[in-house]
Design a protein around this ligand. Structure first.
Ligand SMILES: Nc1ncnc2c1ncn2[C@@H]1O[C@H](COP(=O)(O)OP(=O)(O)OP(=O)(O)O)[C@@H](O)[C@H]1O
Ligand SMILES: Nc1nc2c(ncn2[C@@H]2O[C@H](COP(=O)(O)O)[C@@H](O)[C@H]2O)c(=O)[nH]1
Length: 197
């Protein structure tokens, strides 16, 4: 796979990955391309098929997995998620920095591939704040919220393991977290901008 170095954003559900990456993609329009994952979960209000996710049935997703169309896939909070090879190739064909938003299982599986991304973990300041953010977002049932909090506990432990992530950003103050994220990526951003001149 060629092009600028991709970026993997990971971290507990509700830590603020989408918030940060949407802001980054808006500020640096034409520099980043989002790798649109497949999922079997239902769309949330405002989410668009093909933009936020490819929303598919379990059968369709399994069919793609069986045909080896995914570089990684995982079950998270009772739903299937996966990164198709074509979602990455589509972005890389445009010479953009490909951003992947995946859970910790995705990180581990991507490490077995030749993608060679920058691995960034976005962490919440505490479990209490994470729970409040998830509840305030009003996207989860009590059952899915509890599953996400359980996955978050595991994620927060694993993110402390040395060598898993290139950088761990604690998203307490949004401005500070965003500035930190930009500072990690500025070299790659400038390379893409220079190539576009
Ligand atoms: N620094 C912050 N301070 C307060 N609220 C925040 C902060 N960052 C994000 N939020 C809010 O927390 C909620 C969760 O953020 P977001 O949806 O970006 O998380 P996520 O990591 O992408 O979650 P998921 O993995 O479930 O998609 C959102 O309602 C968002 O507006
Ligand atoms: N392993 C993968 N994880 C993914 C992928 N796309 C998203 N995710 C992760 O799932 C959870 C939940 O996401 P949500 O949109 O339902 O809140 C979150 O941690 C994402 O990072 C994927 O393709 N592979």
């Amino acid at each position: 796979m060629s092009g600028p170095r991709p970026v993997v954003l990971s971290g507990p559900s509700g830590a603020g990955k989408s918030t940060l990456l949407k802001r980054l993609m808006k500020e640096y329009e034409g520099v980043f391309g989002f790798s649109v994952s497949h999922t079997t979960r239902n769309p949330r209000p405002g989410e668009e098929d093909g933009k936020d996710y490819h929303f598919v049935t379990k059968e369709k997703m399994q069919e793609g997995i069986d045909k080896d169309e995914f570089i990684e896939n995982a079950e998270f909070s009772g739903n299937m998620y996966g990164t198709s090879k074509s979602s990455i190739e589509d972005v890389q064909a445009q010479n953009l920095i490909c951003i992947l938003d995946v859970d910790i299982q995705g990180v581990k599986n991507i490490k077995k591939t030749d993608l060679n991304p920058i691995y960034i973990s976005i962490q919440p300041p505490s479990m209490e704040i994470l729970e409040k953010r998830l509840r305030d977002r009003q996207t989860e049932t009590e059952d899915s919220l509890q599953k996400r909090l359980e996955a978050a506990r595991i994620d927060m432990e694993l993110s402390k393991e040395p060598g898993v992530f290139d950088i761990v950003i604690v998203n307490d103050d949004l401005e500070e977290a965003y500035e930190k994220l930009k500072s990690v990526l500025i070299e790659e951003i400038e390379k893409v901008q220079d190539a576009q001149k």
